[in-house]
Ligand binder design. Structure first.
Ligand SMILES: Cc1ncc(COP(=O)(O)O)c(C=O)c1O
Length: 393
């Protein structure tokens, strides 16, 4: 056996992807699993998008593509981002990546030197700290877990962590796992502060189309078009269009950032999947009337869970404004039932109820559970009935 690199020792496997493995094993054992761990929509990819993919295969669009994406898709991104977010990027300001996760990876590899600090929101999406560490950077947390903070994504939570070593901040709005959205005032404040100190702002908006409030979701680039040198928007088709397996995301940033990312993409993945790129054109430009019913259904599930949690009692949570996760504090039950921590609690729930939930510790928030409602209302009802009986029993 060869010695593994020190670098690879800096990171751990993704806990949410490990859960997927557990689920598949339990399914093979014939168990009827209720999965509230999923980080992906339960809806299939819309037919209209699938047809585009099938056409791409039939028409032999199955070869290498330009590193940063096919021109047709870039045009679709330019048009759809302008229509939806009110900012028109140039073609050289876009890089299409195999999923937005890889986009984040490329940016952090491109800008981070050893010892640089990158401020990450906490609770965090599981991959942020790992990607930062792998880039050689040090992770610093913007704390949204403070008592009574209601997970608010404030500019202060970031600026109070600024130091001479701060290289970048990552904002995730709507947030995974909390579902919170950063409002325009806070967004303006944090962008100004970053521009002022020449800090890079990475804005992960992969859930931006899954929103339940009427508040305007504003693009940092629309708010500060002249500060693009300090901003990258990292977007995904995975969640909005139920395309997680197609691996398709894109980053909008200055040309110098896209070029740096492209160098690494060219020597690693080469390009995003040619077929997925063709399907993505359809997702962005074809009729999207399937979207509103999906959001309505997520909203209905969210409201259902909020009501049930209130009925069960002693579970504290903030109603999510976007994405499809509840991030709820189960301290009362963890203590009452004598569990060591949220990991043991989640494992007991899995073993006794065949229900998958993700322990909060995976997101830097002990005593919480993340409950994904990317599952049918029928299953959610069944799962919460079982959970209520378990908690009260
Ligand atoms: C906050 C956040 N960012 C990025 C991603 C990556 O998504 P993808 O690589 O499928 O585009 C995820 C996926 O779970 C996520 O939750």
């Amino acid at each position: 056996m060869v010695k593994l690199s020190e670098r690879i020792g800096l990171i751990s496997p993704s806990p949410t992807l490990q859960l997927l493995k557990i689920k598949n094993t339990m399914k093979k054992q014939g168990k009827d699993i209720l999965d509230f761990g999923a980080g992906e929509p339960d809806f299939p990819t819309p037919e209209i998008i699938k047809e585009r993919g099938i056409d791409a295969i039939r028409n032999n669009h199955t070869k290498y593509t330009p590193v940063t994406g096919i021109p047709e898709l870039k045009e679709a991104i330019i048009k759809s981002y302008m229509d939806e977010q009110g900012f028109q990027p140039g073609e050289e300001q876009i890089i299409v990546t195999p999923g937005s996760k890889f986009g984040l990876y490329l940016i952090l590899q491109a800008i981070t030197d050893p010892g640089d600090e990158v401020i990450v929101p906490k609770p965090y999406w599981v991959s942020y700290p790992e990607i930062v560490r792998y880039s050689g950077g040090n992770v610093v947390y913007a704390d949204h877990l403070k008592e009574n903070s209601l997970f608010e994504l404030t500019a202060d939570s970031y600026t109070e962590k600024f130091s001479g070593k701060t290289k970048a901040v990552i904002i995730n709005s709507p947030s995974n796992p909390t579902g919170m959205i950063m409002n325009s005032e806070e967004l303006k404040k944090i962008i100004s502060a970053c521009v002022d100190k020449n800090i890079f702002l990475i804005f992960d908006d992969c859930y931006r189309r899954i929103i339940y409030t009427d508040e305007n979701f504003e693009s940092p680039l629309k708010l500060f078009p002249d500060s693009m040198e300090n901003i990258a928007i990292v977007s995904s088709l995975s969640k909005t269009f139920s395309m997680t397996g197609w691996r398709l995301g894109y980053t909008i940033a200055s040309e110098y950032i896209c070029k740096a990312m492209a160098k690494l993409q060219g020597h690693s993945s080469s390009n995003p999947c040619s077929i997925s790129q063709k399907a993505a054109v359809g997702a962005l430009l074809d009729d999207q009337s399937y979207l509103a019913p999906m959001i309505d259904e997520y909203r209905e599930r969210r409201d259902f869970i909020a009501n049930r949690f209130n009925e069960i009692g002693n579970i504290s949570f903030v109603n999510p404004e976007g994405a499809f996760y509840f991030f709820a504090d189960f301290t009362y039950y963890i203590n009452k039932m004598g569990f060591k921590d949220d990991g043991d609690f989640a494992m007991d729930i899995l073993n006794k109820l065949n229900i998958i939930v993700v322990p909060g510790t995976a997101f830097g928030a002990p005593n919480y559970l993340r409950i994904s409602y990317a599952n049918s209302l029928k299953n959610i009802r069944k799962g919460l009935d079982k959970l209520e009986e378990y908690l009260k029993g």
